[in-house]
Design a protein around this ligand. Structure first.
Ligand code: GRF
Length: 203
């Protein structure tokens, strides 16, 4: 089973997936990593692991649709069973989402459906929320709104800051993303007309 990972930055989630693969715990192979940012550190992580690392700079395309069209082509060349968004900081057009519908996972730094969008840690703190966390979800046309497949929660303490929350959430992300990818590649996780299922049971 073949996986393509899309990144824009550090790629610590990509690293967690690479590590899971090297321990035989991913249930498939990462065949390519694609970044819209030429300087993304995750590209080095991919190359160090012997994975094809592709740069596709969005600035070189005149529209979102043109970029997404080019991205679709690069992805399809690698014939993936699953496309994993791991800190890919681009909103994907409906054409893209439809093309790979049911084969697209994303990770988001909040307990969805709470705190969709950016700056989740600061917003959680500003609200005085008691808990926070990370969610893996299927990507649909609704931004950060697709069906959730796994979450990890953490308690917020008085001394938490944006920085500590960021670190705590990241460590949870690195635990849950490889699990979700493995479930998908084993055929246990599906996105149907009724939403996501796990072993045929609605989530
Ligand atoms: C993660 O916090 C993820 O939830 C969000 O972007 C961040 C990516 O971090 N979508 P990294 O590049 O995997 O380190």
């Amino acid at each position: 089973r073949r996986v393509v990972v899309l990144i824009s930055g550090n790629g610590s989630n990509l690293q967690a997936l690479i590590d899971a693969q090297s321990h035989g715990e991913l249930g498939g192979e990462i065949v390519a990593v694609i970044s819209n940012q030429p300087n993304a550190y995750g590209l080095k992580r991919a190359r160090d692991a012997g994975i094809d690392a592709v740069v596709l700079p969005h600035r070189e395309y005149e529209s979102r649709e043109a970029f997404d069209g080019a991205l679709i082509k690069v992805i399809e060349r690698h014939e993936p069973d699953l496309i994993v968004l791991a800190g890919f900081m681009r909103i994907l057009s409906p054409i893209f989402v439809q093309r790979f519908y049911g084969r697209l996972l994303n990770i988001h730094p909040s307990l969805l459906p709470a705190y969709q969008g950016l700056d989740t840690h600061a917003r959680v703190l500003a609200d005085g929320a008691k808990e926070h966390g990370a969610s893996v979800h299927f990507v649909t046309e609704e931004l950060d709104g697709g069906p959730v497949v796994i979450q990890a929660a953490l308690e917020i303490t008085e001394d938490d800051s944006v920085e500590t929350l960021k670190n705590k959430v990241h460590s949870r992300e690195h635990l849950i993303y490889p699990i979700a990818v493995k479930w998908f590649l084993e055929g246990r996780l599906r996105l149907g007309a009724e939403g996501a299922t796990f072993d045929g049971v609605p989530l």
